[in-house]
Design a protein around this ligand. Structure first.
Ligand code: SF4
Length: 660
């Protein structure tokens, strides 16, 4: 890995929390950026022509903490109806700023900009139609295209200036124009350039009420694009415009929360972001509370314990390279996926069925063990040795002192640093050593360098946890110390969403940068056994979810489902649940479920299959980006989708895991 020069920084500091200073943008009575708090926002899902339904939904969203509400305006008539919605909201005492969401329709944008407080345009489709073609552009023809954009976009900018309307230039990875794709490819740089083309026009017209976003459904791409955007804004001496953070098509439930936190949380940790929208395929009023859990962590973050600064990052923050480590058993090396180690150290494990919480199932008939795709690879039992033989190749890690009491070679020791340095007896193949940043002495690092059996277990008590752990990784990279590393995090038992969101931020942020060979995730409170097992199940699934969201280990089907909006042509939540029910055993298969044919095909990014609403009661099925079946009646569309997956040889029959 090469050193990245400080000129390629994308945030104030990699070790000390501080928010990037941005300019303040006025959006109705709720300004964004500058010294304002990180704002929460969301988007309605009812038809924009349904004034009453829209108003009721906006009021529900505001009641749960939403500070701006976006409403789709696919054509002039919806843009016009924003006036009625706004009037009714104001009459009911609700002053929430409204944002018109525009794709493809400059005329709707120009009308909406006279009515609402902010318009969102997508630079990928404001002036371009998506043709899914690769067109070769000469410099002249490229410049001619830019002129065409300037001509189409200038009227909107002038209206925004005149009416004091703010604008978001919101790039989506899935809907880059053919022009951008031809020159920059499907890359974070292409995403950034897509926004900059429009930003330069605003700059020339001296219009600055601008917010920028770089969304993608893949958190890795999204994080890289935002970082690159900041770096380019600084490099080209643009004003520091506020950033709107979001992961598109994140899906629902725990997957949606984890994927969103990995992307949004990673950026928030480095002080980026002035507003957050979490896109869940759920009711929109659910989104702001989830976003609030993400951003509230930073209200007091400034007071964190200091971390020794680092001048230069030894890894490229704009690209992904997994830190290459030496192989120790099935950990690290080039080809092992990161492992999941279930933390059972606070539970007295007495029975086979206790292991169901970590994906291992004992079937009394026919007296066999099975595991599902989220079966933990190791268990950490601390000082509470497990009294029976473990199944399915599962290995047990015990605290060193407990480990010393047994001669069983299948049990593995976990040392503290002093135990490790003083130990007379070690395991012949794997020795886990837990340490924090304070323990990185030259003597200790020297001992690790020469021990080919050691696996590091990194921990921290710093509230600025991810950057402190990242700082240790930087140190290991700089010292060319290639030991595999497990990331250990424990959390207090609060509520499920908080655990998922905090863990996905702290651990996911490291995996986004290529750091980590495994995760140990647990609670730091003692609970009654049944409750502790329930939380163990949540931790185990969260660990697998983080590895899936960061594309490090696929253990389940990946759903890329849009949050739905006024364009949606079917009940997305119900349909997603129905598709999930029949396909959630197809490990690694990516299925896009999109509400409309206008934006859906572009937005579903790298899905293997697409299920896209193409008219009332009609679905169009895609294989990757290619249409395979048009206008299938929705009643038979899921069967047809499964038929398609079978045709491609990607189907397996669901295994029946007996529950008892
Ligand atoms: S893909 Fe979904 S969220 Fe996006 S415009 Fe279509 S229906 Fe709305």
């Amino acid at each position: 890995m090469n050193l990245i020069t400080t000129t390629k920084q994308y945030c104030n500091s990699l070790t000390e929390y501080s928010r990037r200073q941005t300019i303040e943008v006025k959006i109705g009575d709720v300004p964004m950026g500058g010294n304002n708090p990180i704002r929460l926002q969301s988007m309605t899902t009812v038809d924009t022509m349904d004034t009453k339904g829209s108003v009721e939904q906006v009021l529900r969203m505001v009641a749960t903490g939403c500070e701006y509400v976006r409403i789709t305006a696919p054509s002039l008539k919806e843009a016009q109806n924003l006036e009625a919605i706004k009037k009714e909201l104001r009459a009911r005492g609700c002053n929430v700023p409204l944002v018109a969401d525009i794709h493809f329709t400059p005329n709707a944008a120009e009308l909406a900009a006279r009515i609402v407080e902010k318009v969102r345009i997508n630079p990928g489709n404001y002036a371009d139609k998506k043709r899914f073609e690769t067109i070769e552009y000469s410099n002249d023809s490229y410049d001619a295209e830019l002129e065409r954009i300037r001509h189409k976009f200038t009227p909107l900018v002038k209206i925004c200036k005149e009416y004091g309307t703010a604008m978001r230039i919101g790039t989506n990875h899935g809907s880059l124009s053919d022009r951008i794709l031809s020159r920059y490819g499907d890359t974070p740089l292409g995403m950034v350039e897509s926004a900059l083309e429009f930003l330069r026009i605003c700059q020339d017209l001296n219009y600055h009420q601008i917010v920028l976003s770089m969304k993608a459904s893949n958190p890795q791409v999204m994080v890289q694009a935002y970082r690159l955007l900041v770096q380019k804004l600084d490099e080209e001496k643009f004003k520091p415009y506020p950033l709107h953070l979001g992961v598109t098509e994140a899906g629902d439930g725990e997957d949606g929360r984890i994927k969103s936190s990995v992307g949004i949380g990673t950026l928030l940790e480095d002080g980026l972001g002035d507003t957050v929208r979490v896109s869940l395929t759920e009711e929109p009023e659910v989104e702001a509370p989830v976003a609030k859990i993400m951003v509230d962590r930073y209200l007091t973050r400034k007071n964190h314990k200091p971390i020794t600064p680092i001048g230069e990052s030894p890894v490229d923050p704009f690209g992904y390279t997994r830190r290459i480590t030496r192989e120790v058993a099935n950990l690290g090396g080039h080809h092992h996926v990161p492992r999941v180690i279930a933390d059972l150290s606070r539970i007295e494990i007495t029975d086979y069925k206790d292991l169901r919480s970590i994906g291992h199932f004992y079937l009394p008939e026919p007296d066999k063990w099975r595991m599902n795709d989220q079966g933990a690879d190791y268990v950490y039992s601390g000082s509470k040795a497990i009294p029976f033989m473990l199944p399915n190749g599962l290995k047990e890690i015990r605290d060193y002192k407990t480990w010393l009491l047994s001669d069983d070679l299948n049990k593995l020791p976990l040392f503290t640093t002093s135990e490790y340095l003083d130990a007379d007896k070690k395991h012949s193949e794997i020795n886990f050593v837990r340490f924090s940043i304070e323990e990185l002495s030259p003597e200790f690092l020297g001992a690790l360098t020469h021990d080919k059996t050691v696996v590091a277990v990194l921990e921290t008590t710093n509230t600025h946890a991810m950057p402190e752990l990242r700082r240790i990784f930087f140190e290991l990279v700089e010292k060319q110390l290639d030991i595999p590393v497990l990331i250990l995090r424990t959390y207090p038992v609060t509520d499920e969403d908080t655990l998922r969101i905090h863990a996905a931020t702290d651990i996911g942020g490291l995996y986004i940068d290529g750091f980590g060979d495994g995760i140990i995730l647990g609670m730091n409170s003692d609970l009654p056994k049944e409750e502790a097992l329930r939380w163990t199940d949540i931790c185990n699934k969260t660990a697998f979810g983080i590895l899936q969201a960061t594309r490090n280990r696929m253990s389940k089907t990946e759903y890329i489902s849009c949050p739905s909006c006024g364009r949606t042509l079917f009940d997305l939540q119900e349909t997603t649940a129905m598709i999930r029910k029949r396909t959630d055993h197809l490990k690694g298969v990516k299925i896009g479920i999109m509400g409309c044919i206008v934006n859906g095909p572009g937005e579903m990014a790298d899905a293997d299959y697409g299920y896209v609403g193409s008219g009332p009661g009609r679905i169009t099925l895609y294989r990757s980006k290619d249409v395979v079946k048009k206008n299938v009646p929705s009643k038979q569309a899921v069967d047809e989708l499964i038929g398609l997956i079978k045709e491609d040889g990607n189907w397996i029959d669901p295994e029946l895991i007996e529950k008892f």
